[in-house]
Ligand binder design. Structure first.
Ligand code: TNX
Length: 719
């Protein structure tokens, strides 16, 4: 007890920054005297640490660099192999700020801890005011997991090189050491291949006249971009200097529609029936039996193996539609010859062949968890378990080196609350849920031996809808602060203590602000009682509110007296962070008035319009829209409402939509008046001036180059 209270007293004596290190260090002991950093303090570095020293001086501009030791107080960078991989000791006393790492990465980890001990403005890379005294202390620290990663999908929405570098900075600050780059998918190819310039000349762009179909937004406009090899070499070096390894992914054999549109010969040899799909060909997997495919892959992967120094190369393996192989004369012949009955054996064969290519280039393959279903790939294969926690447990049980990234905890493309943007198929979760994810309690010790670490994923098919091609707002909002919890779990992996973590996080917001990160805050809690509406937060953020759909937010100064049914929305902000809107629950309530849906396009048999009419699910048409096609939602009785949302496509994802169209509203069920253009396949009609009888959507151009339309039930918000 005595020791505990002594510890608490010591901890309280530490300056604020020290108590807010994130991720938390393994040990942090106060020393006696501190170090005064002045404009002439040298940064003395041992041979091999020049890059680290120059990197540090980006944050401490003007301090003289000196190779070798100096005989006066200095910031000292040194490698001490006894510390071990990535581990470090950071000592502050009167003589030194000593950054000692077990290796280069260890020194970089120490350096990122040092940045946290400096005023937060250091992250803005502005001048910092010197002299400055750092408290005496010794931090000894090492990572719980060797693999601490983020996967970025630059295929669906591309991030140009400077923006990727900004991401690398943010990962490095949080001691995240792996950046898994998803470089191609059905909707784009993002890396130059010199022997196959068509892959980027055509494959890096979609929409407009590109052979690559526009699936997610921007149907008429050409959209895209790619990294040249020179740019990528520079990005790889940039990341390496910051202790971040880039692991490339070429997603095979499925998710390959982009290559297939440029090289249809890679597909299985049969004529796909496209009459029922509006001309759309579902095939997107490489044929396993076609020998030339492996030559093409050798050309592509060979160049990339040279480009990326990582020992690992991710070759995909997720979501392969085996029905293509089962209809292919060559694949079925191969199955017969090998006496296979399970088509998964074809995926095994394909992955083995690609692994051989990698081995010849000195690389180890990494795959998505589906690829090891039969467990035939060698145990040296690294497996990224994504589908569910059970997929991660399965990979570890089979003895694979496992990167744990279950979608229900670590897919940061999932929305953070029901009233936020993002997918919801795996789960709806915020930072607290990520922080609670504790592999030590979910894996047995035997399984844990096979866990290399944790990775979060940011898939970007929703990106265009949220302006990701133009700004980092959506990326920041989805990643932060969830990424902080991932960093904490992967580096520190201490027994979870949400309250303590939340406090450190609140302090960390100041750093995120200096970094310019537009992070997400928890929305205010809103309550209505005794005619008073009140809102509260617990993170020190400022609350503001807007009334009746207006965009003008005003500061909230205390409970609002209101007895009239007005629509109040609250949100909070702190530094560069902001919360989503919050309101009393009635704001989100919807009603389900009787409705009839008809269309100029026939409904699908499996997903009839009655699914949407009963509000039980989605309906589908048999083909996509052509100019002039229409859908009418006719209500049985006129519906008085505050807002009406009518949309095609899946909720929050611009797919299977009436890509070009306009909406009209009818108050008498006979005459229609214009209500606006569709955006993302739908329209929100705010405050209709009279009870609504019907809404009509009319296509003004082609559909979204997906084979059918999804028809959603109308969403009606009562007055
Ligand atoms: C599943 S994760 C996918 C991605 C999507 C993601 C959306 C994985 C290996 N495949 O293609 O972008 O879900 O959450």
């Amino acid at each position: 007890m005595k020791i505990l209270s002594l510890l608490a007293a010591l901890l309280a004596a530490l300056p604020l920054q020290a108590r807010t290190l994130l991720p938390a260090p393994a040990s942090d002991r106060p020393g006696t005297r501190g170090f005064t950093l002045t404009a002439s303090t040298p940064i003395a570095f041992m041979p091999g640490l020049g890059d680290a020293a120059r990197y540090l001086s980006e944050y401490l501009p003007g301090l003289p660099l000196s190779e070798g030791d100096v005989d006066r107080p200095a910031v000292r960078l040194r490698i001490d192999p006894a510390l071990g991989a990535e581990a470090y000791r950071l000592t502050v006393d009167t003589w030194s700020v000593a950054l000692e790492g077990g290796d280069y990465a260890g020194v970089i980890n120490a350096l990122h801890t040092l940045l946290e001990l400096l005023p937060p403005t250091v992250y803005a890379r502005g001048p910092i005011s010197l002299p400055l005294t750092l408290e005496g202390r010794t931090i000894e620290d090492r990572p719980a997991f060797a693999y601490r990663g983020i996967m970025l999908d630059v295929a669906r929405t591309w991030l140009e090189a400077p923006r990727l570098k900004r991401c690398i900075d943010l990962l490095a600050y949080h001691k995240i050491n792996k950046l898994h780059l998803h470089l191609c998918d059905d909707e784009g190819w993002r890396i130059e291949i010199r022997s196959h310039p068509e892959l980027t000349a055509e494959g890096a762009f979609r929409g407009g006249d590109s052979p690559v179909r526009a699936v997610y937004g921007r149907w008429n406009e050409r959209y895209g971009g790619y990294y040249t090899q020179e740019e990528m070499r520079d990005i790889v070096r940039y990341a390496a200097r910051r202790g971040v390894e880039i692991i490339p992914e070429i997603d095979l054999p499925g998710h390959s529609r982009t290559v297939a549109q440029l090289h249809p010969e890679i597909l299985c040899r049969y004529t796909a029936p496209t009459s029922a799909t509006g001309g759309y060909d579902y095939r997107n997997a490489w044929c396993v039996a076609r020998e030339e495919n492996y030559r093409l892959l050798e050309e592509i992967l060979g160049e990339l193996c040279d480009l990326f120094p990582s020992e690992h190369f991710h070759i995909g393996g997720d979501e392969v539609d085996f029905s293509q192989w089962q209809r292919c004369p060559d694949c079925t012949a191969l199955m017969r010859a090998e006496k296979w009955s399970d088509p998964h054996r074809l995926e095994d064969r394909f992955m083995e062949r690609v692994s051989q290519i990698l081995t010849r280039h000195g690389k180890q393959p990494a795959v998505w968890n589906e690829a090891i279903r039969s467990g035939r790939l060698p145990l040296s294969t690294r497996v990224h378990g994504w589908e569910k926690l059970s997929a991660c447990l399965d990979a570890a049980d089979k003895g694979y080196r496992t990167v744990v990234m279950p979608a229900e905890f670590l897919y940061f493309d999932m929305r953070q609350s029901e009233h936020d943007v993002g997918h919801r198929w795996a789960a709806v979760f915020d930072v607290r849920h990520v922080y609670a994810f504790d592999p030590s309690s979910l894996f047995t010790p035997a399984q844990l031996c096979h866990v290399e670490g944790l990775e979060a994923a940011f898939w970007s098919e929703l990106g265009l809808a949220h302006g990701l091609d133009r700004s980092d707002d959506y990326l920041d909002y989805m990643l932060f602060p969830r990424l902080c919890a991932l960093a904490e779990n992967a580096w520190s992996n201490r027994p979870r203590d949400w309250k303590a973590f939340r406090e450190r996080l609140a302090a960390h917001y100041e750093r995120l602000t200096a970094m310019g990160v537009r992070f997400r805050l928890q929305p205010p809690a809103v309550a209505y009682a005794d005619g008073k509406l009140s809102a509260s937060v617990n993170d020190g953020s400022r609350i503001e509110y807007a009334v009746d759909g207006g965009e003008g937010y005003v500061p909230y100064e205390g409970p609002i007296e209101t007895r009239t049914p007005r629509d109040y929305r609250f949100r909070s902000s702190l530094g560069t962070g902001r919360s989503p809107d919050a309101a009393v629950p009635s704001r989100y309530a919807t009603i389900r008035p009787a409705v009839r849906i008809t269309s100029s396009i026939a409904p699908s048999g499996k997903f009839p319009f009655s699914n949407a009419e009963t509000y039980r699910g989605i309906a589908r048409t048999l083909r996509t829209a052509r100019e002039g096609d229409w859908i009418i939602y006719a209500f049985e009785r006129p519906i008085a409402c505050r807002r009406l949302f009518v949309t095609t496509g899946y909720a929050h994802i611009a797919q299977y939509v009436m890509a070009n169209g306009r909406a009209e509203v009818s108050y008498d069920g006979v005459t229609f008046e214009p209500a606006g253009e569709l955006t993302g396949g739908g329209i929100v009609i705010e405050s209709p001036r009279r009870p609504v009888r019907a809404v009509r959507l009319t296509a003004t151009g082609p559909g979204s180059s997906t084979p059918f339309l999804v028809v959603q039930p109308p969403v009606v918000y009562p007055l």
